[in-house]
Design a protein around this ligand. Structure first.
Ligand SMILES: [Fe+2]
Length: 194
């Protein structure tokens, strides 16, 4: 785990709850001084206190550890606002339609920011009957390859996993305007309007 709870996160969550340090301390059975130390980065709460601390602060353990508050308003239904997360250890690929606290292999994963495709990662599309033939002009070796291609419109995701020594190409159904996303294991996430 690369993230442990931080002092500023405890302070922010406690203040958002309208609690004093001593009120929080009393709820979880520690001294007021202990809470003060955590908040000023002079100490860290023991792992056994994480769950009661999260409960008192009204957040999940994941939120507490990441320092981010996740509000589920169920408003992130537009697929075009999708975020991708890729685990650098096991290669797990996760997509969410809104903000999420994502971790894999014990690592907190950031939402990847997609760059526009560049010369080394050029995507060409060709209409073939009712499909797009999509190909990426990129090597597909074990050390440097395109790991996936996805086509996103407001209501649909088409996702194709690619593997080294295969071809960096696929076909997608024609489904209106949207974005093509590619992920290169060395250069990251890129997108192109289509
Ligand atoms: Fe690349």
């Amino acid at each position: 785990m690369d993230n442990y709870i931080t002092g500023p996160a405890i302070k922010r969550l406690r203040e958002a709850k309208g609690m004093t340090q001593s009120q929080l301390a009393e709820q979880i059975g520690v001294s007021c001084k202990a809470v003060s130390k955590w908040e000023t980065a002079k100490g860290l709460p023991d792992i056994t206190l994480i769950e009661p601390l999260a409960k008192s602060l009204g957040v999940s353990v994941m939120e507490l550890m990441s320092g981010e508050t996740v509000t589920n308003k169920n408003i992130s239904a537009n697929i075009l606002r999708s975020k991708f997360y890729v685990c650098p250890v096991c290669g797990n690929i996760i997509r969410s339609t809104g903000n999420a606290v994502v971790s894999c292999c014990g690592i907190a994963l950031p939402a990847l920011e997609a760059e526009d495709t560049d010369e080394e990662h050029e995507i060409t599309t060709e209409k073939v009957e009712d499909e797009y033939f999509v190909s990426v002009n990129h090597e597909m070796t074990k050390t440097h390859f395109i790991s996936f291609i996805a086509h996103l419109t407001s209501d649909k995701v088409q996702f194709v996993k690619l593997y080294p020594e295969g071809n960096a190409q696929t076909r997608f159904q024609l489904r209106g305007r949207g974005y093509l996303y590619i992920y290169c294991n060395k250069h990251g996430l890129m997108k192109k309007k289509i």
